[in-house]
Design a protein around this ligand. Structure first.
Ligand code: HAM
Length: 419
């Protein structure tokens, strides 16, 4: 009997695993720079949390969730996105009352969506995300975008556009949706079948549907901007000015509504223009949500944040990955020429690991010169340490640098001191 991994999942190992790990470290470090504190929430939650927050009619809930009954007959879902669990944890642990505000949380977690797999789209994938809670300031929206932009800059990803829109509050959205529905009914026959089905429940999705958004009547559909009041227009303009002043380019896309129901106010997406991510181009998506905290049982507090698709970012960064990520190499490969010195070789390796924080591999059997070098290059070791009886008599070993080909005889005390 042989087994293969479930569709839409991957095994990560070797350099890919190392790049993934380095990306995780980099993201968490950049988040820390902005004073985000990491949070870990369960990989599964009660299904209602996601149904309530993302909305019954969202694709995420209606089609993509992994839902199952546990042995206690509870209906459980694997986390399809990071935000809902964080908000649940914030409310449950009363963090908005016992932590400094704004509360700034970040996460790096696996998420699960039952989607058709392709490059940049997996059934188990990872999101890095941030959430700023308890701040109504447009500066929080700005700061989230600045962080997202900073991440892409650090990773030398420059083939993307930042699209941005302002989708207002639930009441104005309801007015807009009503007008929009009436408008789309006039063009019912020109809508795709899937949009005809969406029309009653979720007409906003028609606006950012890839096929529909190319049609003239969709382009001319009533805009949310016609429903914004003066304060909202001013707030949006403030954000745009801040972005201009920071030289962050953006494109206003009035069709951008995002796929989850909880957004109000600013929404944004960093969309890749790279050939590598043709079908799955949204690298980072986020925005403001005003009612999510109260819907999950908390107080009336706003939040804003974004989620970044780790696998998509790795694809987008892959062109340049040699300049961004370190190679998964060893600092030293240590081996002895004679059986009686194997023990010393192993001890040297341990000393370097312990006192010098080096990555070291030791051979447990004595080897000939050419085998040592062959093993060292197979292991991608930067330097080779050869333990030979003659040198060892004066407490020395032979060291060869595999990159510069320099070879020297080094005193062990020196090695442990300077290396
Ligand atoms: P989202 O746009 O649904 O937003 O997902 C965020 C990112 O996760 C996407 O832009 C994409 O890069 C990545 N992603 C989504 N599905 C997949 C998949 N099947 N395979 C690989 N990557 C994927 C959210 O999830 C919101 N929680 C973001 C947010 C946080 N808004 C406010 N705070």
């Amino acid at each position: 009997m042989s087994y293969s991994k479930p569709r839409g999942t991957v095994d990560l190992f070797n350099q890919e695993m190392y790049n993934f790990q380095q990306l995780q470290d980099l993201l968490l470090k950049l988040g820390q720079k902005f004073n985000f504190k990491q949070i870990k929430t369960p990989v599964f939650e009660h299904v209602e949390l996601f149904t309530r927050s993302a909305g019954e009619t969202s694709d995420l809930v209606s089609k993509e969730m992994y839902v199952f009954k546990d042995k206690g007959d509870r209906t459980i879902a694997l986390r399809p996105e990071g935000t809902a669990g964080v908000i649940r944890a914030v409310v449950e642990n009363k963090m908005l009352n016992n932590q400094p505000l704004p509360l700034k949380l970040m996460y790096f977690e696996s998420c699960f969506r039952y989607e058709r797999p392709q490059a940049g789209r997996q059934r188990q994938f990872h999101q890095f995300g941030v959430e700023v809670l308890g701040s109504n300031s447009i500066y929080s929206d700005f700061e989230s975008i600045v962080l997202a932009n900073h991440i892409l800059e650090k990773l030398k990803i420059n083939e993307y556009v930042l699209e941005i829109n302002y989708i207002s509050d639930a009441n104005k959205r309801a007015e807009w949706i009503k007008v929009l529905k009436d408008y789309f009914y006039k063009f019912y026959d020109q809508l795709e079948e899937v949009s005809q089905q969406r029309l009653e429940q979720n007409p906003l999705r028609i606006l950012d549907d890839k096929i529909e958004s190319q049609k003239e009547f969709v382009k001319k559909a009533p805009k949310i901007s016609n429903f914004l009041n003066e304060d909202e227009k001013r707030e949006f303009q403030t954000l745009l000015n801040l972005l201009d002043e920071s030289n962050i380019s953006y494109k206003i896309n009035e069709g951008l509504v995002r796929g989850l129901d909880y957004y109000t106010g600013v929404v944004f997406e960093f969309i890749s223009t790279s050939e590598l991510l043709k079908g799955q181009s949204t690298l980072i998506g986020g925005g403001r949500y005003s009612n999510l905290v109260s819907e999950v049982g908390g107080e009336d507090a706003q939040g804003v944040g974004f989620g970044l698709g780790v696998e998509r970012i790795l694809i987008a960064a892959s062109k340049n990955s040699e300049n961004i990520f370190k190679k998964y190499n060893l600092d030293y490969y240590v081996a002895a020429l004679d059986q009686q010195n194997v023990k010393t070789a192993v001890k040297i390796a341990n000393q370097l690991r312990k006192n010098k924080q080096q990555k070291v591999e030791a051979s447990f059997s004595n080897l000939k010169f050419d085998k040592i070098f062959k093993n060292a290059s197979n292991q991608n070791a930067r330097k080779v340490i050869i333990v030979a009886s003659k040198e060892l008599e004066s407490n020395q070993v032979i060291i060869k640098d595999q990159e510069t080909f320099e070879q020297s005889v080094v005193d062990l005390n020196e090695l442990f001191k300077n290396n």
